[in-house]
Design a protein around this ligand. Structure first.
Ligand code: SAM
Length: 321
């Protein structure tokens, strides 16, 4: 022994809060170094929205086509190693277009398939997240030549190493519709065979379960109001608005692709319980960490861009909540 110990490098920390830590670095490096390696096998939900294969590049850069699929699949085993035995990976991927023509890229579908295969994951369920605030792009095809319609959803893939990950839809019930409320009050309805050939028992729908089981199409509340102004305010929740305002006031580098809080909230409630650990390896403005903390979960986030990571701390200020 020489008496000199080799110092292990650690991942730089942008900040910590009561329930989580934001690290700065490339996720492929950060997740292979302490202190993050300490949490291998302990993450109940890895929720992330990686850079999409967009034709128009965001400031933080993004790959396209086969290169994107290979890039994403390269993370599959690294991410899966972080999960508890009944943990889940949820990845949001937007649609992309082929450069210069009005056809859609299949890159994100290929990327999902490559990712799922690389770590032998089960596809637990696919979700569609409807975002009414999406702009009518690509403008050339949608608003100029008028040969395509607005692309207004992203796909969300829920995967797990087990076919039976921890999940409970009773944590994400939605309000009953007016007709269901009336039916519960009345206490009766016409049972029997429906045109779909389903047989509806005379009492099957008379139990009040405290809310309706949500569908796998996630729609912000109020999205049926088509007026643009109201739609924009639905898609951005109060704390996302506070993040925008505080970044602007303090001239911090604001993230260009903040996801709706509703999306993260749904999966955190559905797939974790208070005290569980949530990881976002492409954290951006740290929507995931902020929502996890608000819901009483612990969180870890990794973001390559030190300025985005630092700016996201404003989400945890009391007045931003
Ligand atoms: C789509 S954004 C995530 C936005 C985030 N969900 C939010 O609500 O703010 C993807 C983020 O991944 C980051 N990123 C790209 N490559 C990365 C890498 N190898 N390691 C860590 N972060 C990376 C980008 O800087 C970008 O902020």
């Amino acid at each position: 022994m020489t008496g000199r110990t080799k110092r292990q490098s650690t991942v730089p920390l942008a900040y910590r809060t009561a329930a989580g830590q934001m690290f700065v670095g490339k996720t492929e490096e950060a997740l292979q170094q302490p202190p993050l390696t300490h949490w291998r096998g302990k993450v109940q939900l890895l929720f992330t929205s990686p850079p999409f294969p967009l034709v128009r590049e965001k400031k933080y850069g993004n790959l396209q086509g086969e290169a994107f699929a290979r890039w994403l699949a390269g993370y599959a085993n690294l991410f899966t190693d972080y999960l508890t035995p009944d943990g889940s990976i949820v990845i949001e991927l937007g649609n992309g277009w082929v450069q210069g023509q009005p056809t859609m890229s299949t890159a994100s579908l290929k990327a999902f398939l490559a990712f799922q295969k690389a770590a032998d994951l089960h596809l637990c369920q696919e979700f569609i997240c409807y975002n009414p605030a999406r702009l009518p792009t690509p403008a050339e095809w949608v608003t100029v030549r008028r040969v395509r319609v607005k692309d207004s959803f992203t796909r969300v893939w829920w995967m797990s190493p087990t076919p039976h990950p921890k999940a409970d839809n009773r944590r994400v019930l939605t309000a009953y519709s007016d007709s269901m409320r009336k039916l519960l009050q009345k206490g009766s309805y016409t049972g029997g065979k429906r045109p779909s050939e389903h047989h509806i028992g005379p009492r099957s729908f008379l139990q009040n379960n405290g809310g309706a089981i949500p569908p796998n199409v996630l729609v912000p509340p109020g999205a049926d109001q088509l007026e643009l102004q109201s739609v924009l305010s639905i898609a951005n929740t109060a704390s996302n608005n506070a993040y925008n305002r505080l970044c602007r006031d303090r001239q911090l580098k604001k993230h260009p692709a903040v996801m709706p809080e509703l999306l993260v909230e749904f999966f955190i409630q559905f797939l974790t319980e208070p005290g569980d650990l949530v990881l976002d390896p492409f954290a951006g403005s740290n929507t995931t960490g902020a929502v996890a903390e608000r819901l009483g979960r612990r969180w870890l986030s990794v973001e390559a861009d030190a300025e985005y990571a630092a700016a996201s701390q404003v989400r945890f200020e009391k007045k931003a909540a």
